[in-house]
Write a protein that binds this ligand. Structure first.
Ligand SMILES: [Zn+2]
Length: 269
């Protein structure tokens, strides 16, 4: 069978895309097709990450109307300047009312021309505290922010369970991940040729802390013609990454699905 220009491997056990943006405009015209291609690859559940307050409502409706879709709500570090008490209040309320499975993505991103730490910091800390207070995991987005992330996390009295989405941190951040028993999202970035150091770090993650994700439509895995990433690629990521993680694609699919069910409180598939 041909799928997006690659020969797909035998179908793996049921998988979950724990981080995707299916409400992105890049899926506007063919979302049904994307969902059905995902189901065909046995990636049959998704966590939609609603990271922009103006899109929280549409993220909630999309997940409510799609069988197997769950959602997280938060404020992305690139949007941190919108953070204030009103947004915090609305976030807390929407998370509870809509039965979100996580908070985020939230964190720090100094890669692009984003706001400085005094703007991004309070939004991150505010979401950490909301997650801890209502008992949901927090999904962390971080880029070029290793030292600040560790400093903030170490200074919080109570931390929620943490997911380092598409992990791309330093050795020190990986030390923190392991020490704090946090979860790590493994996606397309790790499959790229230039990511050998990253793969070595990921091999340190205990198997019960690994999750699979695509970050669709971003971070397409290596060797794909289609530059738009999509959830069916979780199967490709599992196949490409298993050997580096000293396991098999089948076992990686099974373990990461069980991990996601446990972390996000999803029913057993
Ligand atoms: Zn994302």
């Amino acid at each position: 069978m041909m799928m997006n220009g690659i020969h797909s491997a035998p179908v793996l056990p049921p998988m979950i895309d724990t981080h995707c943006h299916l409400d992105d405009h890049q899926f506007e015209s063919d979302l049904e097709y994307v969902i059905s291609a995902s189901r065909t690859a046995n990636v049959r559940r998704w966590v939609l990450i609603g990271y922009d307050p103006v899109r929280w409502s549409s993220a909630i409706s999309l997940s409510a109307s799609t069988d197997g879709m769950y959602h997280s709500l938060g404020v992305h570090p690139a949007l941190a300047s919108v953070w204030d008490d009103t947004v915090a209040q609305r976030l807390r309320q929407k998370l509870v009312e809509s039965k979100a499975v996580a908070v985020g993505e939230a964190g720090l991103d100094f890669y692009r021309d984003n706001a400085p730490l005094d703007i991004q910091g309070p939004a991150f800390v505010g979401q950490l505290r909301i997650a801890a207070e209502i008992g949901l995991p927090l999904i962390i987005h971080m880029r070029d922010a290793n030292a600040d992330i560790i400093r903030i996390l170490r200074s919080e009295a109570t931390l929620p369970r943490l997911v380092f989405h598409s992990f791309d941190g330093s050795t020190e951040v990986m030390d923190f991940v392991i020490e704090s028993q946090s979860w790590v999202g493994i996606g397309g970035l790790a499959t790229r040729q230039k990511s050998s150091e990253l793969r070595e770090m990921l091999a340190r993650v205990p198997s019960d802390r690994m999750l699979l994700e695509t970050d669709s439509p971003y971070l397409v895995p290596a060797k794909q013609k289609d530059r738009r990433n999509q959830p069916s690629m979780v199967a490709v990521i599992a196949t490409m990454m298993a050997e580096y993680l000293e396991t098999t694609p089948e076992e990686l699919a099974r373990t990461t699905t069980a991990n996601a069910e446990h972390l996000f409180g999803l029913p057993h598939d």
